[in-house]
Design a protein around this ligand. Structure first.
Ligand code: SAM
Length: 317
């Protein structure tokens, strides 16, 4: 049951997303990251039909209850699944020619409140961090099994720690093995780089984020999902991605760059032979970020970056 007093996750940039996709009766959308269902709810309340995917099975009943209670005569289907398998899921549900596809990446605020999942450093919980508990590898497995040099690489690449900090953190993790709970990880980080200073963010913030990205193969899933999403859009359909950290945003930016150009030859050639054709046009150059007003009402939206592109008509067969 959803506690009646619970405040639902507030989707970032919701007004902008709805403004761009203009949902109405007869239009179909795929919400690749259902979360607590705020975005899906906004689409179906305007008459659009939604197929929504969510990797975390604990989130589905939360969203289902929210949608059921607040939306009359709505057309939607909720599926537990990973957006890396978008094509198969969409085709299975007859959502293979749609008006808009949205990925609102990362975690829902609700997942930070789950007690056994290890997403937060605010409580002592098992070091799990999987969205889908059916997945095999947990955060503890990674922390307890990776050799030191691979831990350092992981901390530099995915937690974006500086090399000196990554080395110290990896050493402290190895000295503290086996790590079982989030507190064990926080202790290791604090031994390595010092304790929280009241004016700074928690020293374990980047390590938690990087580890979650690795446990769930977030970047690989995103790289797999983007071309699938493009294929599933109608000409004129819109692809929107909201990312909250630079690694995700870099992937989206690069993908849009490739898909908006007619030539992707590595060097400029007089006669291009890459046969690549632009498949989208940007609706906005660069990123759209929340207004100061939105950030003051929903501080969790502060690092959101929205990129949006529209599918071009394909060449006549
Ligand atoms: C920021 S929340 C989405 C919030 C949502 N827009 C709302 O209005 O409540 C991101 C959600 O995406 C889910 N998620 C992350 N990666 C996923 C993936 N690869 N496939 C499916 N769902 C994923 C997370 O479990 C989380 O619930």
């Amino acid at each position: 049951m959803v506690a009646e007093t619970h405040i639902f996750h507030i989707p970032a940039l919701l007004k902008e997303v709805i403004g761009f996709i203009e949902p109405s009766k007869g239009k179909k959308y795929i919400d690749c990251t259902l979360g607590e269902g705020g975005l899906s709810q906004a689409i179906i309340q305007k008459g659009g039909s939604v197929l929504a995917l969510e990797a975390d099975p604990q989130m589905l009943p939360v969203a289902a209850q929210r949608l059921k209670e607040s939306t009359v005569n709505a057309e939607y289907k909720l599926v537990q699944g990973n957006f890396s398998e978008l094509t198969d899921i969409a085709k299975n549900e007859q959502f293979d020619s749609v008006d808009g596809i949205i990925l609102d990446l990362g975690l829902s605020s609700r997942q930070l409140q789950f007690e056994q999942r290890g997403f937060t450093f605010q409580q002592n919980q098992p070091l799990d961090m999987r969205y889908d508990p059916e997945q095999l590898i947990t955060a503890a497995d990674i922390l307890n099994e990776l050799p030191q040099d691979e831990l350092i690489d992981m901390l530099i690449t995915y937690a974006e720690e500086e090399r000196w900090a990554a080395k110290n953190i990896a050493k402290a993790i190895i000295a503290n093995r086996p790590l079982v709970t989030t507190l064990d990880l926080i202790d290791s980080v604090e031994i390595a780089v010092g304790k929280r200073n009241s004016s700074r963010i928690h020293p374990a913030t980047k390590v938690f984020m990087g580890l979650r990205i690795v446990v769930n193969a977030d970047l690989q899933s995103l790289e797999l999902a983007l071309p699938q999403a493009l294929d599933l859009l109608k000409p004129g359909g819109k692809l929107l991605v909201i990312g909250y950290q630079s690694l995700e945003d870099r992937i989206v930016k690069q993908f849009f760059k490739t898909e908006t150009t007619d030539c992707i030859c590595p060097t400029i050639q007089i006669e291009c032979n890459c046969n690549h054709k632009a498949s989208v046009k940007l609706i906005r150059k660069g990123v759209i970020t929340p207004s100061l007003d939105e950030i003051s009402q929903n501080p969790a939206s502060r690092s959101a970056k929205l990129r949006i592109a529209e599918k071009l008509p394909g060449e006549a067969a």
